[in-house]
Design a protein around this ligand. Structure first.
Ligand code: AMP
Length: 282
C-alpha cells in the first residue's frame, strides 16, 4: 500500500493505474467498521486488476461549527492500518494547506437538495462537501466512488453534482453499518457520554418501528410523529429534525409508489448524531 501525502505523490502513484478501474472511498479519518465496509466493497468492485484509492482528509471547509472540527477525533496510525487490512492500494492524506490555496475564491453550491434536513441546520456544510469531493475527484479521477447511506443527503447531493456537472464517475451507495445494539457507527460516537451512548440506540429502534408501520400503511405524518415522540422521551436529547421525505428529491410529497426516507438528527450533549432508514409500502 502506498501513502501519498501530497497531490504530486498522488498523481505519481496513480500514473500506472490510468485506464484501469479506479474505485475511490473518501473519508475524514477516525476510521471504523463503517468505513472499512466501504473499502472492502471498493476492493471487490475494483477486482484484482483495478485500483482502490482512499483519502483521509478532515476537511475544514465543511464544518459549520469550529468546536466540532476541533473535537473531531484523529487517529492517522490506526487509519493507515485499517486501509491496509481492507486492501486499499493508495491512501491520500493531504493537509488543509496542501488542499486549499490561501486565496481560494471558488464555491460549489447545490441549491435544492441542500436546503432541507442537515442543510437547513448546517449552513455551508454541503457546499464544503461538494467542493472537497469535486477536488478529490479531479485529483484521483476515479471510475467509481463509494459513499455510505449513513450520510444519505450527502450521497443524494453528490449524485446531483455528478449528474449536473457531467463528472465522469459512477457513484455507489453502501448500506449503513451498525453496532450490535443498532447505533449507526460514526466517528463522533466516541465523544458520547456514557448515559447518551446507552440511550442512543433508541434512535435506530424508533426508525425500525417506523419502517414496519410505514410498510403496513400508516400515514406519513403518523409515522414521522411517532419517531419524534420516541426521541423526545429520551432524557437530555435535543431534536434537530425528524423528516419523512421522498428518498431522491429529499422533499415532500411522498408518493406511495416511491422510495421514502425517514431521516433524523439529534443532539446528545454537544454531539450531533444522524441516522435514517429507507421506507417502502408493502
Ligand atoms: P466520514 O469519514 O464521516 O466523512 O465518512 C466517510 C464515508 O463513510 C462516507 O461516505 C460515509 O457515509 C461513510 N460512513 C460513515 N459511517 C458509516 C456507517 N456507519 N455505515 C456506512 N457508511 C458509513
Amino acid at each position: 500500500m502506498q501513502i501519498a501525502y501530497t497531490k504530486e505523490e498522488l498523481r505519481a502513484g496513480l500514473q500506472e493505474a490510468r485506464g484501469k478501474r479506479i474505485v475511490f472511498v473518501p473519508t475524514m479519518g477516525a476510521l471504523h467498521a463503517g468505513h472499512a465496509s466501504l473499502m472492502r466493497q471498493a476492493r471487490e468492485l475494483a477486482g484484482e486488476q483495478g485500483v482502490v484509492v482512499s483519502s483521509i482528509f478532515l476537511n475544514p471547509v465543511q464544518f459549520d461549527n469550529a468546536g466540532d472540527l476541533a473535537a473531531y477525533p484523529q487517529t492517522p496510525e490506526t487509519d493507515i492500518a485499517v486501509c491496509r487490512e481492507c486492501g486499499v492500494d493508495v491512501v491520500f492524506m493531504p493537509t488543509p494547506e496542501m488542499m486549499y490555496s490561501a486565496d481560494r475564491s471558488m464555491v460549489m453550491e447545490e441549491t435544492h437538495l441542500s436546503t432541507v434536513l442537515c442543510g437547513a441546520s448546517r449552513p455551508g456544510h454541503f457546499a464544503g462537501v461538494c467542493l472537497v469531493v469535486c477536488k478529490l475527484f479531479n485529483l484521483v479521477q476515479p471510475t467509481d466512488a463509494i459513499f455510505g447511506k449513513k450520510d444519505y443527503q450527502q450521497l443524494a447531493i453528490l449524485r446531483r453534482m455528478v449528474r449536473d456537472l457531467d463528472i465522469p464517475v459512477v457513484l455507489h451507495g453502501a448500506e449503513i453499518v451498525r453496532e450490535a445494539d443498532g447505533l449507526a457507527l460514526s466517528s463522533r460516537n466516541v465523544r458520547l457520554l456514557p448515559e447518551h451512548r446507552a440511550a442512543a440506540p433508541q434512535i435506530s429502534a424508533a426508525l425500525r418501528a417506523a419502517a414496519v408501520a410505514y410498510a403496513a400503511g400508516a400515514a406519513v405524518e403518523e409515522v414521522r410523529g411517532a419517531v419524534e415522540h420516541a426521541l423526545k422521551s429520551i432524557d437530555g436529547v435535543r431534536i434537530d429534525y425528524v423528516e419523512l421525505v421522498d428518498a431522491e428529491t429529499l422533499h415532500a410529497p411522498v408518493a406511495d409508489d416511491r422510495m421514502a426516507l425517514l431521516a433524523v438528527a439529534a443532539w446528545f450533549g454537544d454531539v450531533r448524531l444522524i441516522d435514517n432508514i429507507e421506507l417502502v409500502r408493502a
